[in-house]
Design a protein around this ligand. Structure first.
Ligand SMILES: [Zn+2]
Ligand SMILES: [Zn+2]
Length: 398
C-alpha cells in the first residue's frame, strides 16, 4: 500500500482547490431535502466530465457515478448526502447561503465536495483499480430517509452489486485531520411516537363530573420515564423524551384530550422491538386507573447505525497510514443523533466515521447551528480517506 498511499497524497493535493471551490458553490446554493435539483445537476455534470457512468434522478435527485477498474473484482460504495437545512445562515462568510432560510449547516456540502474529489482521484487511478467504485449522492438525509429510497431504487443491487459501503460525516468540533471511529453502534436509532390521552371535558370547578386528561397526562409522563430508568438494563443507553404537549382552550374548562409527541433513541435492535409494548403497557395501566383512554402510535424512524467490525478495522489501518499516528479517536460511546446511512449498513458491511474540520479562525459551533463553519483545508483528509478505503477494499496493488 506504500506507493498507493503516496500516490493518493499526490493526487488529492492536486484536487484540493477544486474541492474547496465546489464546496463553496454548494454552500452558496443550499437546497432542502428532495429539492436538491441544482445540486444534483452539478454533481452529474462533474461525474460526466470525469468519464464516469452516471445514473441521474435516483430517488428524485440522487446521482450515482460508477468507476470500473481495469479488471473485474469487488464493488464498494462511497456515499455523500446532499440536503441542507431550514436554517437562516448567520456566518458572515463571503460564500454564505443565497437561498433565504436554507443553509448547509450539517456539512453535507463538504461531504459532496469530498466525494467528488475522491471521484477525481480514483478516475485518475482507474488503471490500478481491480473492481468498481460506486459514488452515491443521496438526497433527503435530514429526516426523509433518502438512503432507503435509493436502496429501493436499486443502487445496492444493480450490477455491479455493492459489497461494502463507507461514509464520512464532518464534525466541526473535532480538530482537522482527525477521524472518530467506532466498531458496532455509532449513531442511535430515532423513533417517534404520538400519544393522545382522552378524558371527559367539563367545568374546571366541577372536576368530579369529568375525567381530567391533563392530570392523567402528568402521571403518564412521569410513569413513562420508568421505562428508561427501571425496565431497561442501566448499561443499555436509551432516551425517551416527550417533546410536545398541547391541551386546553380556557382557564375554566377541563379539556377533552391532551396531545403529546416525542422521540425514542437507542442502539439495541431487540430493545427497540420491545419499546412500543413496554410504553403502551404503562400508558394503558395509568389511563385505566383514572378512567381515561388513549391513542398511541409508535413510528420507527432511522435504525441505529452499526459499523461492521472487520471493515472498521480496515478503515482504522488505512486512516493510520493516511493521517499519521495519533489522529484516530476511538469513540468510547455511540452518539445519540441518527443517520440514514444505517439503511446501507443493514444491507452490506461498512463503516460510518466522523472527520474533524474544526475551524481555526472562529469559535466552533455544533452542526445544525446558524453559525456552522468548518476548516475547509480539513476536506483534504476526507478526499484521501474515501479514495484509500476504496482502494484497500478492492485490493489495489502497490
Ligand atoms: Zn444533520
Ligand atoms: Zn448530516
Amino acid at each position: 500500500m506504500g506507493t498507493i498511499v503516496s500516490l493518493i497524497h499526490q493526487e488529492a493535493e492536486k484536487v484540493l482547490s477544486d474541492v474547496i471551490r465546489i464546496r463553496r458553490e454548494f454552500h452558496s446554493y443550499p437546497e432542502l431535502s428532495f429539492q436538491e435539483f441544482r445540486t444534483s445537476e452539478k454533481i452529474a455534470a462533474c461525474l460526466d466530465d470525469l468519464g464516469l457512468e452516471v445514473r441521474r434522478n435516483v430517488a428524485t435527485t440522487g446521482v450515482v457515478g460508477l468507476v470500473r477498474g481495469r479488471e473485474k473484482g469487488r464493488t464498494i460504495a462511497l456515499r455523500a448526502d446532499m440536503d441542507a437545512l431550514p436554517v437562516e445562515e448567520n456566518t458572515g462568510l463571503p460564500f454564505a447561503s443565497r437561498n433565504a432560510g436554507v443553509m448547509h449547516a450539517c456539512g453535507h456540502d463538504g461531504h459532496m465536495a469530498m466525494l467528488l474529489g475522491a471521484a477525481m482521484v480514483l478516475a485518475n487511478l482507474r488503471e490500478r483499480i481491480r473492481g468498481s467504485v460506486k459514488f452515491i449522492f443521496q438526497p433527503g438525509e435530514e429526516g426523509y430517509a433518502g438512503a432507503r429510497q435509493m436502496i429501493e431504487e436499486g443502487v445496492l443491487d444493480e450490477e455491479p452489486r455493492i459489497e461494502a459501503a463507507f461514509a464520512l460525516h464532518l464534525d466541526p468540533l473535532v480538530p482537522s485531520n482527525t477521524l472518530c471511529i467506532r466498531k458496532g453502534p455509532i449513531m442511535a436509532c430515532a423513533d417517534v411516537f404520538m400519544l393522545s390521552i382522552i378524558g371527559k371535558g367539563g367545568h374546571g370547578a366541577l372536576p368530579h363530573k369529568s375525567v381530567d386528561p391533563i392530570l392523567v397526562s402528568g402521571h403518564v409522563i412521569t410513569a413513562l420515564q420508568a421505562v428508561a430508568s427501571r425496565q431497561v438494563n442501566p448499561m443499555e443507553a436509551v432516551v425517551l423524551s416527550i417533546c410536545t404537549i398541547h391541551a386546553g382552550t380556557a382557564m375554566s374548562i377541563i379539556p377533552e384530550r391532551v396531545e403529546m409527541s416525542g422521540t425514542v433513541r437507542l442502539f439495541d435492535a431487540k430493545l427497540r422491538e420491545s419499546m412500543p409494548s413496554m410504553m403502551e403497557e404503562i400508558i394503558r395501566g395509568v389511563t385505566a386507573a383514572f378512567g381515561a383512554t388513549y391513542d398511541f402510535a409508535y413510528v420507527p424512524g432511522y435504525p441505529a447505525t452499526i459499523n461492521d467490525g472487520k471493515f472498521t478495522e480496515m478503515v482504522r489501518s488505512v486512516a493510520q497510514e493516511i493521517l499519521g499516528p495519533g489522529r484516530i479517536w476511538e469513540l468510547e460511546r455511540p452518539r445519540m443523533p441518527s443517520e440514514d446511512f444505517s439503511y446501507f449498513l443493514e444491507r452490506v458491511p461498512g463503516t460510518f466515521a466522523l472527520l474533524g474540520v474544526r475551524p481555526t479562525d472562529r469559535e466552533p459551533v455544533p452542526s445544525h447551528n446558524s453559525k456552522y463553519a468548518i476548516d475547509e483545508a480539513g476536506l483534504l483528509a476526507g478526499v484521501k480517506l474515501h479514495a484509500a478505503v476504496a482502494l484497500r477494499f478492492l485490493g489495489a496493488e502497490a
